[in-house]
Design a protein around this ligand. Sequence first.
Ligand SMILES: [Zn+2]
Length: 212
Amino acid sequence: MAYPDPLETLIAAFEGFPGVGRVTAERLAFHILREPRARLLAPAIVSAAEQTCRCSECGNITELDPCPICRDPARDSQQIAVVSEPRHVEAMERAQVFRGRYHVLMGSFNPAEGTEIEHLEIAALIERVKAGATLEVILATDPDAEGEATALFVVQALESACDPTPLITRLARGLPAGSALEYLHRGILEDALEGRRPIHSRRSVQGRVAED
Ligand SMILES: [Zn+2]
């Protein structure tokens, strides 16, 4: 069965989305045809794409480059929290648990969904660490399999490219396994940050980091 070409084009566009297969793509396309308000999607996509850009420092999505966090002189530039997604910056800012700066990788290592390590903004992180006054890199990727694998890749990359290597820490375990950072409430995030531990690619060093 063939749909009209314009409908096929719309379905094909949805099929490129993460986790969206043919059946879901068809449902979304038919929803748009049925629901007049869903057509607001088209101008919203265009304005989001045209009026935002990536921050040239942290990689987050912003209207102004550098983003407000990178421009804020009150933020501690010696600490960089590495997160997978812009929504994780939002979660940490909402919880008000961190006063350093961020680096957004724009994804997690997830070959099954087509995200390989070279798609992540790790080279840009290395450049920042080499260029600046970073004393500590805090790996705040999700406490799930993809987040752990991503954290390990970042440690290996920093250790092999940066001499001296800054202190690299990982959020404390004790975060609910498989949970997503953005759903954790303030107390849990705060504990995870305070209980962070140094990590190395070859061995895991136990020992609490002195509180800042
Ligand atoms: Zn920024």
